[in-house]
Design a protein around this ligand. Structure first.
Ligand SMILES: *[C@@H]1O[C@H](CO)[C@@H](O)[C@H](O)[C@H]1NC(C)=O
Ligand SMILES: *[C@@H]1O[C@H](CO)[C@@H](O)[C@H](O)[C@H]1NC(C)=O
Ligand SMILES: *[C@@H]1O[C@H](CO)[C@@H](O)[C@H](O)[C@H]1NC(C)=O
Ligand SMILES: *[C@@H]1O[C@H](CO)[C@@H](O)[C@H](O)[C@H]1NC(C)=O
Ligand SMILES: *[C@@H]1O[C@H](CO)[C@@H](O)[C@H](O)[C@H]1NC(C)=O
Ligand SMILES: *[C@@H]1O[C@H](CO)[C@@H](O)[C@H](O)[C@H]1NC(C)=O
Ligand SMILES: *[C@@H]1O[C@H](CO)[C@@H](O)[C@H](O)[C@H]1NC(C)=O
Length: 923
């Protein structure tokens, strides 16, 4: 076994040098009290934290994630809470100005200092700063800082009920537990979602400071660094031969003198200076100062996503200088790359390559098309303050270990903290980022739009320097879901589209375009792209919507179909340029359920288990949660029964565990079928160049679409996605209506690969039915090639007792590498339902080799379908491969394991078990 690959410590991206007289008191060092007079509660509180976390730590409430905490702790959500502290450590000299600086307040607050009102806030995502010098001046005694948090659920209900408030047609708002989330700038999934709980937490959820400045003092509260090619415009591929432009700007507290200038120094990771100079075209406002400089391309090495090249990074020190004195400086780690979402029309040369007319819809890194392989990232916890760097390192390591190069950071949680982008920069994970709007339409009154503008500008500027930042999207499922629902309910009314454009094209697009030339913007995660781009117009984008021509292909696709009877019918999958969401639920493992429910609840009929499934019917208010929760449970059960032998084991916990596992097999199988279909599309007229499945990871322990469970354990899906996201793959494509069966080799390398495929029919008892065929192939860059065409009705065998093993070996090179590599992959074609084939005891033998730290597994007697090595509770580890098939002639398969967390001191090795689908037939 190997230790987890050591990452460079994710460097804090920003460190400010404080000029002598400047003070910053970290408010986390104060002694905080959290209280509610209504409940007569007063306990120590923390910063950054949230009410639920503090109450849990102090023993006032049980673990919110246990059992039905989601429902039972609603009283916490429906209560006002106050955080109080004595603001110790201030310098009381009169010539200083004092500021309170909050990187995040969640959400509705009223702030008082020394008993005097300072301000109110209503946006979880903004940085707030208040000059409290005069309040302090009149303070008698030690200054008391008091922040009252109103109940977000109650306040949004009040806002929704204001006279004249905007309303929308039924079902436009995707409603889960608490309604009215569209009225508050707070994590939308805090009000409940189909994969998560509804705690709507409150608190000082990000760092906060008291800043004291002398009269010429400057404090940098946020900064922007934009690195792009000269002449580059958002959403358009730039000239890769052009020099780099570095545009930097600092947002400050204090007063900027008109003679101040900016200097920049670029250093490598060993702090050796590569180049330095003064920024030109300095522009100064009362709150910020910026300028730019040209850097010739040769000086610096490009940054690439994982699998496509190295992740070269540099430090950029930006200093504010006046009269030869450095007043303040900030150092950011960044990299040189261009990333564009290319939605330009399909060109004539592209048409001659066989690409269907319409628009492009794919990403280009440093001028190269590539295949985006990944998944959707949701909030990793309902309580962000407890999301640790260590846990996120594990998760992001799982992303790259899973052959993924892109995550879509879904729109309705919170903007990612810098440390997540830092990790992604180091590991080479592109983060398609989104503004926090989703599955609703939003108000457009001037106050709401201003609030959104502030939020967008702050976050765009905060994270723009990260080379992992791949895109800004306005929100989730707006053009393919919410707008059509509104327009369908009220045909001919242009109001909904006009309002949608006011926010998503009129406010958010300019927030990106005015701060960044390097990042593309789309208003909705799923979109047919634009008709026109005009950067001199106040609304720079004219959207295409459904103004389409038959036979042309435009946008990305979002596909859910819970009718599992068509799960493997390829005609049921969408044909588009890029798949940004698709999926199906599965149960978490027994080990994960044991963390969250009582032993007596470990069965499918447990109301606790059922109520933790939040996949309700589409739209609609859910008064009867229990009844509706069974929807998702039923869908998983039907799918398992359709396609697999289902467990019927006397021991009820073992039976529950086997059922959970079987739902995971269906999920993984369904995703693999779609991923291979989308990847093959890279060589079809749709020129499909991306697959991001729903969803990477879990927010809690529950039945969801995730591939990685709450504690980091890999479901069947994560292993299967790792397999099908390898650079060169083989997969079969079967039209079971006609019997037409093909197999294709698909490659996302940037140069040609060649090799051969071996196709072997086995009986389920392991006997080879006919001599293997070998098919040589050559597969072009980002393309696919057919290696089998037959019809299953014409074969001299019955699929009830025949399975086709297809394996390839190919020679090629990874992008940006001259090294010749061997790529291997295998895939089994079988009848639609493995519940109806002649499965028999494979005679699995599992061994552990203490010298190599590897396990070996073999199928001694017969074909083994879905071989699964299981890690016991208490240990977090993943195998190099899992959920594979074996035939007896494979002999022993050696499997490495990476241990990430082991609380039982190596004892887990003895607890590893192996099973295959045949175990489902045992009772
Ligand atoms: C919030 O509303 C609920 C009723 O929905 C009420 O019981 C509760 O007292 C309210 N909380 C506050 C702080 O007003
Ligand atoms: C709760 O806080 C909100 C917002 O500050 C305030 O309007 C409301 O009056 C408070 N309610 C109670 C019961 O304290
Ligand atoms: C994929 O390969 C085929 C066969 O060589 C070729 O005709 C086609 O143009 C290629 N597609 C692209 C997009 O390069
Ligand atoms: C549809 O798009 C075409 C350009 O492709 C444009 O000329 C036309 O005005 C659009 N129609 C509508 C209804 O927007
Ligand atoms: C499968 O065959 C049916 C019947 O001919 C046809 O309608 C369908 O489009 C085919 N599906 C695919 C994916 O080719
Ligand atoms: C395995 O199955 C094949 C095909 O049904 C059969 O011909 C063969 O005799 C079987 N072999 C054994 C050892 O049972
Ligand atoms: C397929 O697997 C068989 C058995 O392991 C092996 O003999 C053969 O060389 C493989 N074929 C290819 C093309 O890798």
């Amino acid at each position: 076994m190997r230790p987890l690959h050591q990452l460079q410590t994710a460097t804090i991206a920003i460190f400010c040098t404080a000029a002598a007289a400047k003070r910053a008191i970290d408010l986390s060092t104060l002694e905080w009290t959290l209280s509610s007079p209504v409940y007569n509660i007063s306990v120590p509180g923390r910063v950054p934290s949230q009410v639920h976390l503090d109450l849990y730590r102090e023993g006032i409430i049980p673990d919110p994630y246990f059992g039905l905490g989601d429902f039972e702790l609603r009283w916490v959500t429906l209560t006002n809470w106050t955080y109080n502290a004595k603001l110790d450590g201030l310098d009381t000299s009169t010539n200083l100005s004092t500021w309170l600086l909050f990187d995040g307040l969640d959400t509705f607050t009223s702030i008082e200092l020394c008993g005097e009102y300072v301000a109110s806030t209503n946006n979880q995502f903004r940085q707030y700063y208040f000059d409290v010098s005069s309040v302090l001046g009149s303070c008698s005694g030690p200054p008391n800082l008091s922040i009252n948090f109103g109940s977000a659920v109650n306040i949004t209900a009040d806002i929704a009920n204001e006279p004249g408030q905007e309303t929308w047609p039924d079902w436009v708002e995707g409603l889960f537990e608490f309604p009215n989330r569209q009225f508050v700038r707070k994590g939308q999934s805090d009000f409940g979602w189909d994969w998560g709980p509804a705690f709507a937490p409150a608190g000082i959820w990000k760092p906060a400071y008291a800043i004291q400045l002398p009269s010429a003092g400057i404090y940098i509260r946020n900064s922007l660094l934009d690195i792009y090619r000269q002449g580059q415009l958002n959403n358009l591929p730039p000239d890769q031969a052009a020099p780099w432009i570095l545009n930097a700007s600092l947002d400050i507290l204090g007063a900027i003198s008109s003679t101040a200038t900016l200097a920049i120094e670029i250093m490598d990771m060993s702090n050796n200076t590569i180049t330095s100079g003064d920024l030109q075209n300095i522009s100064t406002t009362s709150t910020s100062v910026g300028g730019s400089i040209t850097v010739e391309g040769e000086a610096c090495q490009l940054w690439w996503p994982a699998g496509l090249g190295p992740q070269n990074l540099y430090y950029f020190k930006i200093s504010l200088v006046d009269g030869g004195k450095t007043l303040a400086s900030v150092t950011k780690r960044s990299g040189f790359r261009t990333i564009v979402l290319n939605m330009t029309p399909i060109s004539t040369p592209q048409l001659s390559q066989g690409i269907a007319p319409g628009n492009n819809w794919h990403f280009e890194i440093n001028g190269h098309e590539f295949y985006a392989k990944g998944s959707n990232f949701i909030p990793p916890d309902a309580f962000w303050p407890r999301v640790t760097l260590a846990k996120m390192k594990q998760l992001f390591q799982s992303v790259v270990d899973g052959n993924q190069n892109m995550l879509r950071v879904w729109a309705s949680g919170a903007y990612s903290p810098d440390f997540l982008y830092d990790l992604a920069d180091e590991l080479g994970i592109l983060l398609w980022s989104e503004f926090e709007f989703g599955d609703a339409l939003y108000p457009v009154n001037p106050e709401f739009l201003d609030n959104c503008r502030e939020e967008a500008e702050y976050n765009v500027r905060r994270v723009n320097h990260h080379p992992s930042l791949a895109l800004w999207a306005g929100g989730n499922e707006l053009e393919n879901l919410e707008l059509p629902i509104a327009e369908g309910a009220d045909p001919g009314n242009g109001q909904w589209r006009k309002e949608y454009e006011q926010l998503f094209l009129g406010v958010l697009a300019p927030a990106v375009f005015q701060n960044s030339k390097s990042i593309s913007y789309i208003p909705s995660s799923t979109t047919n792209g634009y008709l026109e781009l005009n950067f001199s117009s106040p609304i720079p984008i004219i959207q295409r919507y459904d103004n389409v021509t038959a036979g042309s292909i435009y946008g990305d696709t979002d596909h859910y179909n819970y009718h599992s009877d068509v799960a493997f019918n390829l005609s049921s999958y969408p044909v588009g340029r890029f798949a940004n969401e698709f999926g199906f639920q599965s149960m978490p493992s027994l080990q994960t359920w044991q963390q969250a429910v009582l032993p007596e609840d470990l069965n499918f009929n447990s109301s606790t288990i059922i109520l933790r499934n939040h996949h309700y019917p589409a739209g609609g208010p859910f008064t009867d949660n229990f009844h509706n929760s069974s929807l998702g449970m039923g869908e998983m059960t039907i799918a398992a029964e359709l396609y697999y032998p289902v467990p019927n084991i006397a021991d009820s916990v073992a039976n529950f565990s086997a059922w959970c596992h079987t739902t995971q097999i269906f999920q993984a199988d369904f995703y693999r079928s779609q991923i291979s279909y989308y990847r093959r599309g890279s060589g079809f007229p749709e020129r499909q160049l991306g697959s991001l499945y729903w969803q990477l990871e879990d927010i809690w322990q529950a039945p969801t679409w995730a591939g990685v469970e709450y504690d980091g354990r890999w479901k069947v899906l994560h292993y299967v996605a790792k397999d099908i996201y390898q650079p060169v793959i083989i997969a079969s494509y079967w039209n079971y209506t006609t019997g037409d069966l093909t197999a294709y080799v698909t490659s996302d390398l940037w140069s040609t690969a060649s090799g051969s495929a071996t196709l072997t029919w086995y009986s389920y008892n392991g006997t080879i039915l006919a001599a293997p065929t070998t098919v040589p192939f050559t597969v072009g860059a980002l393309n696919t090639t057919q290696v089998l065409q037959t019809n299953t009705n014409a074969l001299p065998l019955s699929l009830k007792d025949a399975v086709l093993k297809m394996n390839i070996t190919a020679t090629g090179s990874l992008p940006n590498s001259n090294e010749v590599k061997i790529f291997k992959h295998e895939y089994y074609f079988h009848d639609l339902s493995l519940g109806q084939v002649n499965l028999q005891d494979p005679g699995l033998i599992l061994n552990y080799n203490s010298t190599t730290g590897n396990f070996t597994v073999e199928a001694a007697k017969a074909v083994a379908a879905w071989v699964w090595l299981d890690i016991p509770a208490g240990t977090l580890a993943n195998f190099d491969e899992n959920a594979f098939w074996l035939v007896p002639s494979d002999g022993k398969r050696e499997i490495g394991v990476t241990v990430k967390d082991d609380s039982i001191g190596g004892k887990w090795v003895k607890g590893v078990t192996v099973r295959s689908l045949w175990n489902n037939t045992l009772s």
